[in-house]
Design a protein around this ligand. Structure first.
Ligand code: NAD
Ligand code: LMR
Length: 484
């Protein structure tokens, strides 16, 4: 997309130049490669045509101060925060400069018309603005600026945040096929958050990854500012802000999720190490099963990362529970609040409605206890298996949606709503330590806090203990993968 821009001074570059002092040599090189090159990459023809236009117009801006450039190239996966911030500055400067030129050009046209048709009626002026050669030139220039400014304003780029990089593993798989498009559309991180996607899968799946990237490109998502496909975790995770660890084998009919433990555990040990080395500040959601223990393995293999940055997804269990409860109560899901998923994303999980409300009433008062204990809890806990039986494949679109809800709340805040997440246990709720156990949290942009002061009745305590014991057994089974 070609835009007009003042060659000197270049506001974005001037700001970025001030930043050079804080750039590492590697970042500086990356910055120069990705952005500065764009600003100097003018074709001689483009420069000549703009100079000619500027000469013709001859108002406040001298000819030499015009140039034509393209939008700066989007940062590649792995670009530093500084490079991404400089990129956004360039975009914003582009928009501001176009606005300024547009109003100057319009003011110039008004002045020009006033001198050519001093006392004429409005229609005469309008006609002159197209028929008079001098005015027509200005009109043409205004049209060009309006077109370019329209492009810049179409997506309100001045309000965009610097891009963030999101890694998705298992990018060629079923969940990846839904999740990547949701992230690129802005559904996960918001309509003002450009994203760069880093797609990781096995070397044997690289053709599929290419195909997914072709489709992502074909969607022309305004917020998708770059993407890359990788078969090497270290390269894929370099500098990422978020990592959705989806890639792992799913279970088949008749299997429990923990049957995947030994098969998938090595993946998460390796990916924990790779994130620790390349993106120690990343926020991670583990989706691949068995999600809680895989998350523990990844976290323990990433000693430099805050443990709070590692989470396992139990949001799908939460949304399943909310849907089922709403259907039973005959209300919309929006009327259901504070359902909690405790423990493991497995058949032992405890979907708890003791604190839930349905249409403003306590769920426990609105729902028969018998249905809660003998239908609701097993149905939520076995929903994954029921879907595998019905579809012949495990849940994919609903899992992607749950990952979007999980990260969206974490990144942008849950506005006071409770969300369930597998997080590292810290002794609260009698869970003990060093287990990734699902608990209720409230999210604030960029962080989550466990919901405190919740009463736990004897039934809940017994259910919570059963799922805790299963997590301890899973942890024992992969002890060899946890660094001493
Ligand atoms: P899938 O088989 O369709 O895709 C998995 C992808 O992961 C494949 O493309 C595969 O090549 C890739 N992969 C395997 N090992 C990898 C590695 N080391 N690095 C990168 N990529 C790798 O499976 P799916 O339906 O997308 O499910 C993925 C995982 O998510 C499964 O373990 C499934 O059980 C789990 N899951 C979890 C939840 C949840 O609520 N937590 C919900 C649904 C599915
Ligand atoms: C689910 O809950 O749908 C996933 O964990 C897939 C599975 O194995 O049940």
């Amino acid at each position: 997309m070609s835009l007009l821009r003042r060659a000197a001074p270049k506001p974005a570059v001037a700001t970025a130049t001030r930043r050079f002092a804080s750039f590492s040599p590697k970042e500086l090189e990356a910055y120069r490669g990705k952005i500065a090159a764009d600003l100097t990459g003018l074709s001689a023809a483009a420069r000549a045509s703009l100079d000619a236009k500027a000469k013709l117009l001859e108002w406040d801006t001298p000819a030499a101060s015009y140039s034509a450039v393209t939008f700066p190239k989007p940062p590649a996966p792995g670009a530093s925060k500084e490079v991404r911030a400089a990129y956004t500055e360039c975009m914003v400067a582009e928009q501001a400069w176009l606005d300024e030129k547009l109003s100057a050009a319009k003011a110039h046209l008004t002045k020009l018309l006033a001198s050519k048709v001093p006392n004429g009626p409005e229609t005469a002026r309008r006609m002159a603005s197209f028929s008079d050669p001098e005015c027509a030139q200005v009109q043409q220039y205004i049209a060009q600026l309006e077109h370019d400014s329209g492009l810049a304003h179409k997506f309100d780029i001045a309000k965009w945040k610097p891009p963030v990089t999101v890694a998705v593993t298992g990018a060629a798989g079923a969940i990846g096929y839904s999740l990547l498009f949701k992230i690129a559309s802005g559904e996960m991180l918001g309509p003002d958050q450009p994203v760069v996607l880093s797609l990781l899968d096995l070397p044997t799946s690289m053709d599929k990854v290419q195909g997914v990237m072709m489709e992502l490109a074909d969607c022309a998502f305004p917020l998708l500012h770059g993407m890359g496909g990788f078969s090497d975790a270290r390269a894929a995770f370099e500098g990422v802000d978020y990592a959705c660890l989806v890639g792992a084998t799913p279970r088949g009919p008749g299997m429990e999720r923990k049957d995947l433990l030994l098969k998938n555990a090595e993946i998460f040990a390796a990916q924990g190490k790779a994130l620790n080395a390349g993106a120690p500040g990343a926020k991670v959601v583990v989706v691949g099963n068995p999600a809680n223990t895989n998350c523990l393995i990844g976290m323990m293999n990433a000693p430099d990362m805050p443990r709070a940055n590692w989470t396992a997804m139990t949001r799908l269990d939460q949304t399943r529970a909310e849907g089922l409860l709403a259907a039973k109560a005959g209300v919309s899901v929006n009327a259901v609040d504070r359902v909690v998923i405790w423990g493991n994303h497995s058949a032992t999980q405890f979907p708890d409605i003791s604190h839930a409300t349905v249409g403003g009433k306590w769920a426990k008062e609105a729902i028969p206890d018998e249905w809660y204990k003998s239908t609701f809890i097993p149905e939520v806990a076995q929903r994954g298996a029921a879907i595998i039986k019905a579809r012949g494949a495990s849940s994919a679109a609903s899992a992607a949606q749950a990952a979007v809800f999980h990260v969206r709340d974490w990144a942008l805040g849950s506005r006071g709503k409770w969300a369930s997440m597998g997080v590292i246990s810290n002794g609260s709720y009698g869970i003990g330590e060093d287990l990734v156990y699902s608990v209720p949290v409230v999210c604030y942009p960029g962080e989550y806090r466990r919901v405190g002061g919740i009463s736990i009745d004897p039934y809940a305590a017994q259910m919570m203990e059963a799922t805790r014991k299963e997590l301890i057994a899973e942890r024992d089974a992969i002890k060899h993968l946890l660094p001493k």
